[in-house]
Design a protein around this ligand. Structure first.
Ligand code: GTP
Ligand code: MG
Length: 151
């Protein structure tokens, strides 16, 4: 089982989409092991999006992600990072098929509702989990339906 980091961005929180997004991961069978409603400060934003520091959209991205509360989560399951990414869709909602979170809930590249760790960047899941959560904030437990979710 793998853990992956997911975050409802400020636009998703303001639009009342936390429940909708959490439901999709619960329904899929992923297990919530951590959740935190929080505000991201500038230092955390710059570290989290460090890979984009030299991009022209970086300043706007940091402004946006610090502009209101976010809902940070850790989800666990088989191949969780890849599974979550396939549910999230492409970076640009216009290229995200209906049925994906961005394809169903977003319109604009810079307001794409959700962040998820990148399966093409190995280790990004653990790095982001460590950045946002202390070990004791992640809860080990069994879901009652686990025996029916995996062979
Ligand atoms: P995250 O899950 O947020 O990391 O999205 P992603 O992995 O699909 O995309 P990426 O890491 O490449 O970019 C991070 C975020 O920066 C995206 O979610 C977008 O909101 C924003 N972004 C990426 N590329 C552009 C761009 O060309 N222009 C603008 N304005 N924003 C961009
Ligand atoms: Mg990314």
């Amino acid at each position: 089982r793998e853990r992956t980091f997911v975050m409802v961005k400020p636009d998703g929180v303001q639009r009342g989409l936390i429940g909708e997004i959490v439901s999709r991961f619960e329904d899929r069978g992923l297990k919530l092991v951590g959740g935190k409603f929080m505000r991201i400060d500038r230092d955390l934003a710059e570290e989290h999006y460090g890979e984009h520091a030299d991009k022209p959209f970086f300043e706007g991205l940091v402004e946006f992600i610090t502009s209101g509360p976010v809902f940070a989560m850790v989800w666990e399951g088989a191949d969780a990072t890849r599974q979550v990414r396939s549910m999230v869709g492409e970076t640009d909602p216009a290229e995200s098929p209906a049925g994906t979170i961005r394809g169903d809930l977003g319109l604009d590249l810079g307001r794409n509702v959700i962040h998820a760790s990148d399966h093409e960047d190995p280790g990004s899941n653990e790095r982001e989990i460590d950045l946002f959560f202390d070990d004791e904030e992640l809860i080990d437990y069994d879901r009652v339906d686990e025996g029916w979710l995996y062979e």
